[in-house]
Design a protein around this ligand. Structure first.
Ligand code: ADP
Ligand code: MG
Length: 306
């Protein structure tokens, strides 16, 4: 079977990582070969899986292979894969040295784009039945998606531009390589197209997670319309952490309260004087009146320095 990608997108704190971890475990249990990957810059995937951290280390959790990639590693991998090509293309147009590679590596969006490429490469190799993908929180996720489209468009423009000046540039070229810039630009374009096709393919099972509150709803709508625009089918919208009436609601709050006690002590220990707390409110903190009420509370508890 072709490798499937089960991805989770959504606002921070809506359960992407937790549900991705659960999905990985469930699919492993069902006998599938699973790679679970977090491209969140502040990943907690392996924490959720109960193995601490697996930043930059492919880690086995049972038969699951798990990986979180740090920004530095992403940029290093990008350099290894694309550095020479970037140099070849740019130096065909401009008199630049290899430091141009570092300059481009620092450009916004490079690491986002590489994460897409990384998933694409794993997908293409086909070593796994499932890639479970814990994406960056909403903003980062959308940026990652947009960069891929922009790249595709830029490459189309770059190819046109190159064709227009090709004759002149080829006379000026100082070194001869087997790969010509127009060939590389064409390859990059095809790669961007392949990544977009992967996202829009039937093997990509995209999930949006949300909390059942108005801010979560707004982010979900935004994400949904963006995916729609790019012909990427959303398979599920998961409303997570829904409070149910009656006993189960109380029990879950009590359980949460127990975890909170432990964590509060840790926060107190480590952050002492700069730490404060705000209770879970019995009213929704929205609108001027409610926000003023919250402000009073924030001031009383010394939570905002101004
Ligand atoms: N259904 C749930 N019930 C209780 N706690 C949950 C549930 N889903 C997630 N959590 C908890 O909520 C917090 C945020 O979840 P997380 O998976 O880290 O979200 P995200 O990856 O979207 O930022 C974590 O502490 C997680 O353990
Ligand atoms: Mg997360």
């Amino acid at each position: 079977m072709a490798t499937k990608i089960v991805s989770f997108w959504g606002k921070g704190g809506t359960g992407k990582t937790t549900i991705a971890a659960a999905t990985a475990v469930g699919l492993e249990e069902a006998g599938y070969k699973v790679f679970v990957f977090s491209s969140d810059p502040t990943p907690t995937l392996c924490l959720a899986l109960g193995v601490g951290n697996c930043v930059d280390r492919l880690t086995r959790v049972g038969r699951i292979e798990a990986l979180e990639l740090s920004e530095e590693t992403v940029l290093r991998l990008w350099r290894e894969r694309f550095g020479d090509e970037v140099y070849e293309v740019i130096s065909a147009f401009l008199p630049v040295g290899r430091e141009i590679i570092d300059y481009v590596a620092g450009a916004p969006g490079i690491s986002d784009q590489f994460l897409m490429y990384y998933v694409y490469e794993v997908w293409r190799r086909g070593d796994y039945d499932y890639i479970v993908w814990d994406t960056p929180a909403a903003g980062g996720g959308l940026r990652m998606l947009r960069i891929e489209y922009e790249l595709y468009q830029h490459m189309t423009e770059a190819a046109k531009l190159y064709l227009r000046v090709k004759g002149v540039l080829e006379k000026l070229r100082r070194k001869t390589t087997t790969r010509t810039p127009d060939k590389l630009i064409e390859e990059w374009k095809e790669l961007a197209k392949a990544i977009l096709d992967m996202l829009a393919s039937n093997n990509h099972l995209l999930h949006i997670t949300t909390t059942a509150d108005l801010l979560g709803l707004a982010v979900t709508r935004k994400l949904y319309s963006e995916f729609n625009m790019h012909n990427i089918r959303v398979r599920r919208v998961i409303a997570n952490m829904v409070l149910e009436r009656g006993q189960s609601c109380l029990a879950s709050i009590e359980e949460l309260a127990r975890e909170q006690q432990t964590v509060l002590e840790e926060l107190e220990k480590q952050f002492g004087e700069i730490m404060c707390s705000v209770p879970l409110l019995e009213w929704r903190p929205r609108g001027r009146q409610a926000l003023l009420k919250l402000w009073e509370l924030l001031e009383k508890n010394g939570c905002v320095v101004f």
